[in-house]
Design a protein around this ligand. Structure first.
Ligand code: AMP
Length: 423
């Protein structure tokens, strides 16, 4: 029989990897709450038109990466490839603009793109992201970039670079596109096939290409920053001055464009420099999208957002501390003491410690091996005499020290060693 396997590019996350995931998720939620974002949960499936109209027809996502299906012969539905479009739909559908002048939303969940799977690039991947509606910036833009940097610092990601650019607004884009096409057209033969096609469908995306020969041509292209109108330039200038004031490091990268059509003005990306990422080195991407809410049927609303890829964060964070490590591993010297062992485990867990044991009735030596393998910080050993005298032998496995401790104090002593608060 053919073996059933997960869909290509879609991964299981097994318990030993979960602590990493939780750490990222918890850091994400802790951080965004500190900055005043509320969580929004939208469906993973949306009407296909939502993504076509927001992300843009001539983008990689819409052209070739969406998981689209017809629901019982009626509606075309798509697994969401990103979070912004759904958030905007919900913002409009629930008429949020009428209730609050500025809205700050955050989300975290799986996204789906039929890309060619590679390290750091999957067909189901997780994104945590935020959106701000109703504030034209640039102060919230700076705050958002600063928040991303703070979040990454808390996760211990050091080798990173923040790139910023402005795509301008209004007719900036149109004037720039004219100049870009005028520059690229004579270089057409030097471009990759994809870029040649994009030259007519979506010329900005030529700048986004990772193909070396495209990058060479792109390096000489006119810079969008030279095309900014007065107000756009002032916006971008103030963004930089606020970032300076906040002490957030950044580099202006005039060739930065991102793969979605809806961006305008502020654009930013955080790239990891650790080798683990290879070509997939963009950890977070975001920007301002001034026209999107209105174009999807809402009131004119300035907005900005970003998303970070959880799997890419995992790659830069490294592998330390994978499996769940109990604080305490309980060992019983005699199989007859297993009930007592179960009781001690319950006492420790009730106190707020994580505790584990091997109560199958194995030898002490084998239990010690399990304790070691579990990565526990402490072993507590119960023999008949310990049970009789209401004490435990408490062994600090890192320090290699052992002491006899009254059972009533065992949890407190273990908590001190494990660096935990008792409940
Ligand atoms: P985007 O929505 O394309 O701006 O991407 C935002 C972030 O999501 C990227 O910086 C990546 O960290 C992550 N990401 C995008 N596509 C993928 C993918 N196919 N696999 C894993 N992570 C991804």
């Amino acid at each position: 029989m053919e073996r059933l396997r997960a869909v290509k590019g879609m991964n299981d996350v097994l318990p030993e990897a979960i602590p990493h995931w939780r750490r990222i998720e918890q850091t994400f939620w802790r951080t965004v709450e500190r900055y005043g974002y509320g969580e929004v949960r939208t469906p993973v499936v949306e009407p296909t038109g939502l993504f076509v109209r927001s992300i843009g027809e001539a983008t990689d996502i819409v052209e070739k990466e969406m998981y689209t299906f017809v629901d019982k012969g009626e509606h075309s539905l798509t697994l969401r490839p990103e979070g912004t479009a759904s958030a905007v739909r919900a913002y409009i559908e629930h008429n949020v603009a009428a209730r609050e002048p500025v809205t700050k939303w955050a989300y975290l969940g799986p996204m789906f793109r039929r890309e060619r799977p590679a390290r750091g690039r999957y067909r189901q991947f997780w994104q945590g992201g935020v959106e701000i509606y109703g504030d034209p910036g640039p102060f919230v833009d700076a705050e958002m970039i600063d928040m991303v940097v703070a979040m990454l610092a808390e996760l211990g990601v050091k080798d990173l670079e923040v790139l910023i650019n402005s795509l301008g607004s209004g007719d900036t884009r149109a004037r720039y596109l004219d100049a870009l096409v005028a520059y690229l057209t004579p270089h057409c033969d030097a471009l990759s096939e994809d870029s040649q096609r994009r030259l007519s469908t979506n010329p900005l995306r030529v700048l986004d290409s990772k193909v070396p020969k495209d990058r060479e041509v792109a390096a000489g292209a006119p810079k969008i920053l030279d095309f900014l109108g007065e107000e756009d330039a002032a916006h971008f200038d103030e963004l930089q001055r606020t970032l300076d004031a906040l002490g957030t490091p950044y580099r202006v990268e005039p060739t930065l464009v991102r793969g979605l059509d809806y961006y305008s003005r502020t654009l930013f990306e955080v790239q990891g420099k650790g080798g683990e990422l290879g070509a997939q080195n963009t950890l977070c991407g975001g920007g301002r999208y001034e026209g999107l809410v209105e174009s999807l049927g809402g009131p004119p609303t300035p907005a900005i957002g970003f998303a970070m890829g959880i799997e890419r964060m995992l790659l830069v964070m490294g592998e330390d501390g994978g499996a769940i490590r109990p604080d305490v591993f309980v060992i019983v010297a005699d199989a007859a003491l297993r009930r007592e062992g179960a009781l001690l485990l319950k006492e420790l867990r009730s106190a707020g410690l994580s505790a584990d044991a091997d109560l199958r009735g194995q030898s002490v030596k084998s239990q010690l091996r399990r304790a070691d393998k579990s990565g526990a910080k402490i072993a507590m050993i119960l023999g008949p005499s310990e049970v009789e005298r209401s004490v435990v032998q408490l062994k600090d496995l890192a320090a290699g020290e052992q002491a006899e401790v009254p059972r009533a104090e065992a949890a407190a002593r273990a908590a001190r060693i494990a660096g935990r608060e008792l409940v």
